[in-house]
Design a binder for this molecule. Sequence first.
Ligand code: NDP
Length: 449
Amino acid sequence: MAGLDDKLAEIYDEVLRRNTGEAEFHQAVREVLTSLGPVVAKHPQYADSAVIRRLCEPERQIIFRVPWVDDTGTVQINRGFRVEFNSALGPYKGGLRFHPSVYLGIVKFLGFEQIFKNSLTGMPIGGGKGGSDFDPKGRSDGEVMRFCQAFMTELYRHIGEYTDVPAGDIGVGGREIGYLFGQYKRITNRYESGTLTGKGLTWGGSQVRTEATGYGTVYFTDEILRASGESFDGKRVTVSGSGNVAIYAIEKIHQLGGAVIACSDSDGYVVDDNGIDVELLKDVKQHRRARVAEYAELRGQGAHHVGTGSIWEVPCDIALPCATQNELDADDAAKLISNGCGIVAEGANMPCTPAAVRTLTDAGVAFAPGKAANAGGVATSALEMQQNASRDSWTFEHTEERLAEIMRGIHDRCLETADEYGLPGNYVAGANIAGFIQVADAMLALGVI
Ligand code: NDP
């Protein structure tokens, strides 16, 4: 199989056979295996001990019915998932996604990515992910609350500070985490703050957790710029999405002197020649729960909404895909290159297709994979767990400094590992190999379990 040596190709074939119809999971596994050839050549014990085969099989997969009653009194049925993928480094840790596209293959892709990402942070957290095919869009607060309560009524028995610690992801923000935590507390009769992260500041949350994924992606990008003696100053940046990750990426880019000239949602994108007004964007998306088209209307001159085509047509120096998986394909990559884009860093999970990644890296574009670039979110979740465990709360400045330090550490570890394996500047290989080795060594130490 192209790109994989015999042993790894055999493992990949087994993954295809045992997980039929789960295209995103196959893609995520293949992306990691493609980097592991040099590791297995240098350390055959990883292949011989079946550690890679074990890594590809989740430790536990939970699927459950979520019945709830909508505002018209009609009973609705959704499906809930939690995939507890790997706990060699610590309790399972990873977000919950509420989106109609969610099925087992999406949850497994995200859970698999999470293992390596969490390992890269250097924090004691394993990998997991969950969610539901519930669509919060257009639902009232009461409906979202009843859904979250029904979801937690099953999930609560599987999670806990030392077992599995969920957080947010697409469709799960502060409102949803509040309803989920409330129901967990009610059922268990225990105020176990460390069971969920992304909580509000008045009930066990951490400063900077809301901003962390977006800020962290920008810190990582800043390190890439620094490595070639550059900075964000004066750079034109395109950020896809307009949710949690995108909004705080935009905010931090502006603080560092860059200008974000476009962002999007699933109904199109907005171009704002004067730079996106992040406070207005927050008002539109977080408070009104409206669309980016409304941002363009409210912003007026200099901003316009485009309902068709791709945001990646907008010329920029740096592109940060921060919406969803496979949103940037090879054609988009070619457009970015021809418009002079020099850096692509993934704020979302796996937003670039494998062909897009090849197109970008072949053209010499610096490419940072999500498992490294967006690890700031889960790293700050681990800081939230740390504060909960010690019943402490840190200042914004202290927490942000910890986040920046962690992102610098991940960046340097990726480059050092890539160098060690003779692949200088290859962030993909560096992230996959560094993330893998730490988990694999822990698995070997813990025996066949
Ligand atoms: P949000 O729900 O806050 O925002 C998601 C954004 O992406 C929205 O603008 C949404 O538009 C857009 N989007 C979602 N699905 C699609 C689609 N199929 N096509 C086009 N646009 C789409 O989620 P987050 O910002 O939290 O997450 C964004 C990405 O970042 C995801 O890949 C997530 O896994 C990843 N991530 C998030 C972390 C976090 O801490 N939140 C941590 C690490 C990674 P619309 O409103 O139209 O759906």
